[in-house]
Ligand binder design. Structure first.
Ligand code: 5GP
Length: 136
């Protein structure tokens, strides 16, 4: 569980944001330093650091909101594609310790990358790992 972050202060109305969507438990607003026009953040109002700390119901409501905000942003900015990005933990690039989904519209030649370096793994290694995860 996170302590109050900058996003809790936004939820509380203590600092301003450009609000684009809101429900009882979810808020969406424009990123202050956008990677593209329409770059939006969708957050739960409850101050939780990581996705896995949400209750299943909270995660479901957040997921519905991510879709809804993506529809609205894309309708307005008219980009042909978008990324949804969600970082958990500073090692994964999370800077604000409050769950947030980025919605990032993408255009031809926008210069934003996304490809990481994939590993080659033997099929039996994948099979063993899948069995362990599926069995939990
Ligand atoms: P992270 O790296 O944690 O996944 O992303 C944090 C995002 O929050 C960044 O894209 C950053 O620009 C955005 N951000 C940080 N502080 C504020 C703020 O006060 N207001 C808004 N609207 N966005 C913020």
């Amino acid at each position: 569980m996170a302590g109050p972050s900058i996003f809790s202060r936004i939820v509380a109305g203590e600092i301003p944001c450009h609000r684009i969507y809101e429900t009882d438990h979810v808020l969406a607003f424009l990123d202050i330093n956008p990677l593209a026009e329409g770059h939006a953040l969708v957050i739960p109002k409850r101050p939780v650091e990581r996705l896995d700390e949400l209750t299943p119901d909270e995660a479901a409501e957040l997921g519905r909101a991510v879709r809804e905000v993506a529809v609205r942003v894309m309708r307005v900015v008219g980009a042909p594609a978008y990324n949804v990005l969600q970082n958990n933990g500073s090692l994964a690039g999370q800077e604000v310790p409050h769950v947030h989904f980025h919605i990032i519209p993408r255009r031809e030649g926008d210069g934003l990358g996304y490809r990481w370096r994939p590993q080659k793994v033997a099929p039996e290694v994948l099979a063993a790992l899948a069995a362990r995860i599926a069995g939990t």
